[in-house]
Design a protein around this ligand. Sequence first.
Ligand SMILES: CC(C)(COP(=O)(O)OP(=O)(O)OC[C@H]1O[C@@H](n2cnc3c(N)ncnc32)[C@H](O)[C@@H]1OP(=O)(O)O)[C@@H](O)C(=O)NCCC(=O)NCCS
Length: 146
Amino acid sequence: MNTTEPSYDLRPLTIADFELVTSLWRSTDGMSQLESPEELQTFLDRNPHCSILAEEGDALLGAILCGHDGRRGYMYHAAVSAYARGRGVGRAMVEHCARHLKTIGIQRVTLFTLNDNCPAKEFWKHLGFRQRDDIIQFAFDLKKFD
Ligand SMILES: CC(C)(COP(=O)(O)OP(=O)(O)OC[C@H]1O[C@@H](n2cnc3c(N)ncnc32)[C@H](O)[C@@H]1OP(=O)(O)O)[C@@H](O)C(=O)NCCC(=O)NCCS
């Protein structure tokens, strides 16, 4: 049995972490449509205790945005710093968020990934997420109403 404790901590992501996590997300391939500070604040206010980051001392290892609409859970921007990958940080963050959603009554979590992000697709499948090929996504840009 492996009893080695991970050397990093998971803690709730707060608006004070905006610069830190945004810098990680900006430097990570596969991240898109990052939030402004106001948008992140709104998201965190609507979804308390759902989003987390992983840190080792002062070093940010990873972060994930998680929330729900009362029916389904959603995960966004799952990212681990390149140097910290392969240590279980991604799995730990995802499972932490999934467990939290379950405790507040959410039964399913959905996420979006770019179709050509093959490593990410394999990661999610490895964690037990199933790829949905029976639905396609439609989006409407509300800036059209400006
Ligand atoms: C995807 C990502 C978050 C994974 O983080 P990580 O900390 O390296 O992943 P972990 O070490 O926790 O891996 C968890 C498990 O997934 C497996 N795994 C990770 N990446 C994998 C891949 N590309 N293919 C197959 N399995 C993979 C690991 O082997 C591990 O298996 P185990 O727990 O059974 O031993 C990280 O690679 C990343 O930040 N990628 C760039 C950003 C990105 O594409 N994010 C997803 C956008 S939706």
